[in-house]
Design a protein around this ligand. Structure first.
Ligand SMILES: NC(=O)c1ccc[n+]([C@@H]2O[C@H](COP(=O)([O-])OP(=O)(O)OC[C@H]3O[C@@H](n4cnc5c(N)ncnc54)[C@H](O)[C@@H]3O)[C@@H](O)[C@H]2O)c1
Length: 310
């Protein structure tokens, strides 16, 4: 892959760009932000780490949306993060305006790109970007489940003392209080996690995963999470860049899968060079399906609010 544009040179944007460069996931990273001089400063700072991390990915910054030109992937991290006590939905009204402007720029300058939405509420804004672009769903995705799954894996690693490398988890649904971690599909090197953790502790881990973003926000106080989010976005871009056909939980537009239509939700996706290759249907049991439906309903409430504000 040649070029990735990261719109929003804030905390998540900067971390994402650093990892993309450090791991040479693409040849060029451009950071775009409305704050004068800031993306240029961030880009220079990242590029000055090149000798240590031994990369030669070019990193630049710009205030001009024309810098989107030629981007294969556009990562959108622009907008406001929530503050302690706020839900992701509370920033919808502000962020929808930011996203509308950015999608207009993407249509103008990078009409063949793949969009990876990060800005919250990510399910609703992925849906918005899909609607505004009119692109096939394959090219409009959102990042949420990779992060939620990595949070759950971290909690299982802390609980068991096992290496985080051996832990595989999956989290579906909306990126909010109604997200659906699925312990039945979580393993430690292929062994069901229930072999190592009892039902009560597992239920606590599931709840801690749902609250994972709020926990970081409460601890950090003046910032929401950005290290694990940046790594999660980079994992999605890497799957696309290297045409890996990786199975990752991503926000995708549903067209009948899981019994849902015309909504953006976290589902297991195959990701390759064209973006979404396939949504994988897991065959959820009744209890899991009920949680998934509840989560879909809560995303729909926000989509409806976005469509008819006030
Ligand atoms: N999906 C996820 O898993 C996930 C995880 C973490 C954060 N987030 C979300 O990502 C977003 C960014 O979080 P952050 O901590 O980096 O915030 P931040 O405040 O550090 O950065 C946001 C940046 O967006 C820029 N911006 C605002 N309007 C813009 C526009 N029209 N064009 C270009 N740039 C613009 C701001 O100047 C700022 O630099 C928030 O909405 C946050 O909730 C999502």
């Amino acid at each position: 892959m040649q070029k990735v544009a990261v719109v929003g040179a804030g905390r998540v944007g900067e971390t994402t760009a650093q990892i993309l460069a450090e791991q040479e996931i693409c040849r060029e990273v451009v950071l775009i932000d409305i704050r004068e001089d800031v993306p240029q400063g961030v880009a220079l700072d990242i590029f000055q780490s090149a000798p240590f991390f031994e990369f030669d990915t070019r990193v630049s910054g710009s205030n001009d949306p024309a810098a989107l030109q030629g981007a294969d992937v556009v990562v959108v991290t622009a907008g406001v993060p929530r503050k302690p006590g706020m839900s992701r939905s509370d920033v919808l009204d502000t962020n929808v305006q930011v996203i509308d402007a950015i999608v207009g720029d993407v249509l103008k300058y990078a009409p063949d790109a793949i969009i990876v939405m990060v800005t919250n509420p990510v399910d609703v804004l992925t849906y918005r970007a899909w609607q505004l672009t009119g692109w096939p769903r394959e090219r409009v995705l959102g990042q949420a489940g990779v992060l939620d799954a990595s949070r759950m894996a971290a909690f299982i690693a802390l609980e068991t003392g096992f290496s985080a490398l051996d832990i595989t988890t999956i989290v579906l649904g909306g990126h909010g209080d109604s997200m659906v971690p699925v312990p039945r599909f979580c393993t430690v090197n292929g062994i069901p996690v229930s072999h190592f953790i009892g039902p009560k502790r597992l239920a606590e881990i599931v709840q801690r995963t749902r609250d994972g973003g709020a926990e970081i926000l409460a601890l950090r106080k003046n910032s929401s999470a950005y290290d694990a989010p940046g790594a999660s976005v980079a994992a999605m871009v890497d799957a696309i860049s290297h045409n890996r056909n990786r199975l990752l939980p991503c926000v995708a537009i549903l067209q009948g899968e899981y019994g849902e239509d015309d909504v953006a939700m976290g589902v297991p996706c195959l990701l390759g060079e064209r973006g979404l290759v396939q949504v994988i249907d897991l065959g959820l049991n009744d209890e899991e399906m009920a949680m998934f439906r509840k989560s879909a309903a809560s995303v729909r409430v926000d989509i409806q609010r976005m469509k008819s504000p006030g």
